[in-house]
Design a protein around this ligand. Sequence first.
Ligand code: R7I
Ligand code: MG
Ligand code: MG
Length: 356
Amino acid sequence: MAVVEAVEAMAGRFRGCLVGALMGDCLGAPFEGEPRASPSVLNSYFRRLNDPDLKVPYKQYTDDTAMMRCVALSLIEEKGYVAQDMAKRFVKEFYAEPRRGYGSNVVDVFAALRATKFRDVYAPAAMQFNGRGSYGNGGAMRAAPIALFCHNSTMQELVDTAKDMALLTHANRLGYNGTVLQCLAVHEALQTPKNDLNCVKFVENLIEKMKQVEKPGKDDILDEGEEPFVYVKKLERVLGLLECKDSVDTDQVEEELGVDISAHKSVATAIYSFVRASCPIPNIETENEFQRTLHYAVSLGGDTDTIASMAGSIAGAYYGIEKVPKNLERHCEALADAIEQADQLHNLVKARASTS
Ligand code: R7I
Ligand code: MG
Ligand code: MG
């Protein structure tokens, strides 16, 4: 019974997670690939959006949310991970609305999946980049629903599900391990009691888990020039940056963690955005930690929609929907869907907890 009650109490955090992901995508998208926005531009951007009288069209979501919705809906309808169903949803969604800003190579995977009639759903992704697979952050950007669904699962189940879901499009070790890390970060945020965030401990816990995830198996052969424990090392850099507190500027984050569309140069950046924004940051006006996370992620430049979306899902899972500014969320396309999917995932997890 205690487990059911514990899950019951998580409803606001499930919502915060998916709404956070949506908001990071919608509010970060206008800056993706643009020169880094100045502090004054970003302060006035968020101030304007927070004005309750502002009436403007929705900020549209991009591929990040389009694919995350497929992950969530597939888990909900199938009551678990079913590779064929998820792959079919990705493809159907892409051909229905191809102009959502997809990565340039993943669209070849969709075409091959359709052409081969989904015979082997993992095969097209494995053939990308001369058989090395993509290391884009497209697996990580859509991973949050897996962390929600696996809220009460073992760590191994969560890792295996995240990896398999990533493999549908991202067969490179960096691509799928980045997905696993993003999932573990959302999971860790959900498990951390409110008002009890210890940033160093949060990152150290992820390091311990990634040491297991990245440990080469006996059949694993590293590619030429490939370093082992890429994510462990990135997370150690996050710890180093945390120690430097406010002396860290955006150039240093870009240099040490990266801000681009590859998973190994964006997932740790999103995690850093979450932990750094738990305290005030120079040049960022807001007092609200959730909003500060999105604002900071966008201020880093580069792949702003994706880094803000990943950071937003972690922050939302920790702070819960109560911390999400209502004036901001109303600007996001399809907000009601994110809330509904979060509730449905929550109901599934609750139902499983009551029968176990
Ligand atoms: O990873 P993916 O779905 O793209 C996601 C990004 C997010 O920022 C979205 O917001 C959207 O803008 O795109 O799509 P992929 O096409 O698999 O990977 C994205 C890009 O990463 C590729 O187009 C390549 O430029 C680069 N990339 C690689 N480059 C060289 N070698 C990925 N893997 C490789 C590689 O192995
Ligand atoms: Mg995008
Ligand atoms: Mg992006």
